[in-house]
Ligand binder design. Structure first.
Ligand code: GLP
Length: 296
């Protein structure tokens, strides 16, 4: 797993948007071979979506052959409600890019048979050959999608009762009124996310610092469902400095050192090899108890 640390939310958004753009471009999607992208909602990805729209408008990326699957949706909230995840996605991304509406997959929280809706969603993912890159955010309790603490790490798309903490956290989107927040949601499972060929998670803000520390410094644990990323062969977390507040200094330096080596190898960001090696030596002095880690 890689941890990329950037100064703030804007830099995190910039990094992740460019990362997704590059992945789509390298994949060279076409009508017979679309790029399948998993997407989240919430405040974390808004900056990424804004930047992706700019990249689209400047001709640097196209969504024409991109198929999307969203992580979750509230149950019982009308589809055109301003806070439905359906509305969120169209408002923040889809209506500004060239995605084909039939390529957008969002769970229907008003389906007559919710279990059937979840099964159909999983089947649709399988039909397109699985998800290439799943982008996610987390709640302060370390949940990914709506996989609240205690969710099975082998869970798949299903109906989920929201944790009280999540209802409180999401009340900000419903006039601060807990009573207006839906209490049930449809969500992809932890395993649905981890089945993607690549998982990228956004973690920003001091209020998510404990979750980040639990996720990367402790074991895989169903109480912090995002920690399942430790088992993923290609996991990437992109966080800001604030989110690192609960990490050991050694952990932060360690992951920064990996990034420096990575840059020195690929020669990007004008990092002089000499400077990188010097910095690396300092960093490795405190991180030498760690096992060597491949770049990803
Ligand atoms: N189901 C969503 C999650 O997918 C999202 O990651 C989380 C964090 O939201 P935010 O990015 O606004 O902190 O909110 C909700 O619970």
């Amino acid at each position: 797993m890689r941890l990329i640390i950037r100064e703030d939310y804007d830099e995190v958004s910039e990094f992740v948007a460019n990362y997704i753009k590059e992945r789509i471009r390298q994949f060279e999607p076409g009508p017979e071979r679309p790029f399948v992208l998993g997407l989240p909602t919430g405040s974390s990805p808004i900056g990424v979506y804004k930047r992706l729209v700019e990249l689209y408008k400047s001709g640097q990326v196209s969504f024409q052959y991109v198929v999307t699957f969203n992580m979750d949706e509230y149950v019982g909230l009308p589809r055109d409600h301003s806070e439905s995840y359906h509305s969120f996605m169209w408002k923040n991304l889809f209506m500004h890019v060239d995605i084909q509406p039939e390529n957008v997959n969002i769970l229907d929280g008003n389906a007559p048979d919710l279990d059937e809706e979840c099964k159909k969603f999983e089947a649709a993912i399988t039909r397109v050959g699985g998800i290439e890159l799943f982008l996610g955010g987390i709640g302060p309790d370390g949940h990914i999608a709506f996989n609240e603490p205690g969710s099975s790490l082998t869970s798949r798309t299903r109906v989920k009762t929201l944790a009280y903490e999540t209802i409180i956290a999401n009340a900000r989107f419903f006039d601060g009124d807990i009573a207006k927040v839906p209490k049930l949601a449809l969500t992809v499972g932890v395993a649905t996310v981890m089945d993607a060929r690549e998982v990228v998670v956004l973690i920003t803000g001091a209020h998510k610092a404990i979750a980040l520390a639990k996720c990367i410094e402790e074991g895989v644990n169903h109480m912090w469902t995002v920690s399942a990323i430790q088992m993923h062969p290609k996991g990437l977390i992109v966080c800001d400095e604030d989110a690192t507040l609960e990490l050991h200094v050694k952990t932060v330096k360690y992951f920064k050192s990996i990034e420096h080596v990575h840059h020195s190898l690929i020669g990007s960001e004008n990092l002089s090899l000499q400077g990188g090696v010097k910095q690396l030596k300092n960093v490795l002095a405190v991180a030498d108890t760690r096992p060597s880690t491949p770049m990803e």
